[in-house]
Write a protein that binds this ligand. Structure first.
Ligand code: SIN
Length: 287
């Protein structure tokens, strides 16, 4: 298989053209895609009418997939698949309907945060010929590298609390199911370096988001709050971001150390959006 990597022209992201993910990839093609992924931090593949099995097979080549134990959000047949959707069946949402309401990185509150997420569009809302529900991505490596040296020096070595409970409190937790509350109670937070060293390419990445970062260890409360806000806002400036406009059958994968992301809720509840996501388990962040 011959694939072409086309960078988006933004700080992150590239399209992979010519791959057919319904078939197992040969080692050379996979190595090319893997190298592009760690270079561009977000990759997207258009026109991939994948089965769930294809989605799982392709993403499992990057590492062990997380098995979700949330009855309200897991795929019925595949524990590896997290369902994101506004669709309701028998009066209940069939998956998570507010995932990505705040900027975040997936699984930041875990001792071993996710390494990679891969989201596939099964149904995308369309209005007047334009698809809605874009996802925004920010490069936390580009954001770190653009910081003034004095700020880099100030924050290198600091640690922050990444908290699922904080995220739930910020989003109001409206309509959150009992199993999600139980999961948050079981895995409420973790402490990670504010500057993470990427486990594959060694780049330094800012690990601070509006969604999950609740406190910087050892700083007074007001200083901690101000620094979190300053760094989180710094990351999401236009020069560090890429906005993905979905088409049905897109697969988009992102690096959960080198990026953060946010969904857009600009579509009416009557326009169905259905996405399936797998996540690759990460290691304990490097210090
Ligand atoms: C997510 O936060 O993983 C979901 C993003 C989206 O649905 O656009």
């Amino acid at each position: 298989m011959t694939v072409l990597i086309k960078p988006t022209g933004f700080a992150l992201g590239a399209e992979v053209v010519g791959a057919d993910l319904t078939k197992p990839l040969d080692d050379t093609t996979f190595a090319q895609i893997r190298a592009a992924f760690y270079k561009h931090e977000v990759l997207y593949f258009r026109g991939q009418a994948l089965s769930d099995e294809d989605h799982i097979r392709f993403t499992a080549r990057f590492g062990e997939l997380r098995q979700l134990k949330l009855a309200s959000q897991s795929h019925v047949q595949h524990a590896e698949i997290y369902v994101i959707s506004n669709i309701m069946k028998d009066g209940k949402h069939i998956g998570s309907y507010d995932a990505g309401v705040l900027w975040h990185t997936d699984g930041a509150y875990l001792a071993k945060p996710h390494a990679i997420s891969a989201l596939r569009a099964l149904e995308v809302p369309v209005q007047n010929g334009r698809t809605l529900g874009d996802t925004h991505f920010a490069s936390t490596s580009a954001a770190y590298e653009a910081l003034p040296p004095a700020m880099q020096k100030r924050i290198d070595g600091l640690q922050a609390v990444q908290s699922a409970a904080h995220h739930l409190a910020k989003t109001g937790g409206a309509g959150v199911k009992k199993d999600v509350y139980a999961a948050v109670k079981a895995d409420p937070e973790a402490i990670h370096n504010l500057v993470r060293v990427h486990p594959v390419n060694g780049r330094k990445c800012l690990y601070v988001t509006e969604g999950y970062t609740s406190r910087i260890v050892g700083l007074p409360e007001d200083e901690s709050r101000d620094l979190i806000r300053e760094l989180a806002n710094h990351c999401i400036q236009p020069e560090f971001t890429y906005r993905h406009n979905w088409q049905q059958h897109d697969l988009v994968m992102w690096d959960d150390c080198a990026t953060q992301h946010k969904a857009t809720f600009d579509y009416p509840p009557t326009s169905p959006r259905l996405m399936h996501r797998t996540t690759v388990v990460g290691g304990v962040p490097l210090h």
